[in-house]
Design a protein around this ligand. Structure first.
Ligand code: TYD
Length: 206
């Protein structure tokens, strides 16, 4: 088995159903003998989890929002992601910088060039080896979000916001097609799992 670490990110609008599939992949790769580091953004370190609480619940202007999420990301990269990759772990990250381009860029309309500058400063060339983009219409995603749950600042947005988020995700995928696998997430769970498995097999990852 190769010792090379892998950095795999999972993206999509709220309600896309990433978590179930992330759970299954975490198990499959652990059983295959890999060290798996399952993490998320914003978050993944004690500091970044504190910033996540502010980011999800406190009102702030768009630049503050972008700086806060990249600040959390920097700590996550330096203290968790890079060391894990260096020792050969497979890092599975629930959201990463594509979410910033989608939510802050597409959703909020924040300047994509500024986001690109922050991305370059913070990541110093680090990019996911693979990004699984769970794509589905926002109306379908909204039906999946539990009505009982208290929405955060993003989940509380209207459908037009999520249309913009979806469009910005697809623009990232079209700009960097080799890095992405586009998953049609509006299908039954078993069909989505099948798509994921065949995409990963074709890349030699399963
Ligand atoms: P999410 O990861 O979906 O967690 P949960 O399943 O607990 O709701 O929630 C994180 C929210 O943060 C989600 O609405 C997307 C948003 N977000 C951004 O706006 N920008 C970012 O860069 C990231 C990573 C997340």
């Amino acid at each position: 088995m190769s010792n090379k670490g892998r950095f795999i990110t999972f993206e999509g609008i709220d309600g896309a159903g990433k978590t179930t599939h992330l759970d299954a992949l975490e198990q499959a790769w652990k059983q295959a003998g890999h060290e798996v580091v399952r993490t998320r953004e914003p978050g993944g370190t004690p500091l970044a989890e504190k910033l996540r609480g502010l980011f999800l619940h406190d009102a702030m202007d768009p630049l503050t929002e972008a700086l806060l999420v990249f600040g959390a990301r920097r700590d996550h990269i330096q203290t968790v992601i890079k060391p894990a990759l260096a020792r050969g772990a497979w890092v599975l990250c629930d959201r990463f910088t594509d979410a910033t381009f989608a939510y802050q860029g597409g959703g909020r309309g924040f300047d994509l060039q500024v986001l690109g500058t922050l991305e370059a400063w913070v990541q110093e060339g680090l990019q996911p080896d693979l990004t699984m983009l769970f794509d589905l219409p926002p109306a379908v995603a909204a039906e999946r979000l539990s009505a009982a749950r208290q929405p955060d600042r993003f989940e509380a947005q209207d459908q037009a916001f999520f249309e913009r988020v979806r469009g910005a995700y697809l623009a990232r995928q079209q700009a960097q097609p080799a890095r992405f696998e586009l998953i049609r997430a509006d299908q039954a769970q078993a069909d989505v799992a099948q798509q994921i498995q065949s995409a990963l097999r074709s890349r030699g990852l399963l």
